[in-house]
Design a protein around this ligand. Sequence first.
Ligand code: FNR
Length: 193
Amino acid sequence: TTFRIAGICGSLRKASVNKKLLLRAQQLCAERIPSAVIEIVDWSDIPVYNWDLEENPPESVIRFKNDIADRDAMLFITPEYNWSVPGPLKNALDWASRVRLGDRGDVFKGKAVAVMGASPGSAPGSSGSGRAQLILRQSFVSLNCYCINLPTVMVTDAYNAFNEDGSLKNVRLENNIVSVLEQLIALGEKSKS
Ligand code: FNR
């Protein structure tokens, strides 16, 4: 059976470079790893977290969590906001960490996850969202997920990093994406059995 990866973009805007990176990862997966597929998860309608709403959790949150539970692994591709995880993405994860899905148990426990990202910055000190990625990984410790460590996928100068056809100009970066996906699948297969 096909290995299904939930693709989650940390930016909601239409012209997002991180969305572009996610689409490229999806394409590379289709071309080079036919046994797996990246399915993009929409979380754009999740409201601001409030414990008072947990009694009657929003439909959008339940759908988001089910979308994750239905997949064998997760791929987060996120920008960096003020050297950290974008608030909206952290909010969505916090919500997902709280709602219960009937008999589906702990959805996050032992789930394989990979993190990538892009930023338009090209000045010295530009991290290609690397600081956000590291901080996001902290939350996966709390959620008891298993994170792929290396190689990193931190795309700097992201407005100039892609070719017209959506591929990345830097071939080593593309190979790193494939390497991370291969490791994600291997780890996910192991934790499934
Ligand atoms: C940013 N940006 C940014 N970039 C970066 O490399 N480090 C940072 O700390 C920040 N901080 C930051 C805060 C806020 C509130 C915004 C809106 C933006 C720039 C950011 O990387 C840029 O807008 C990207 O294009 C966002 O990613 P998407 O939406 O293109 O995927």
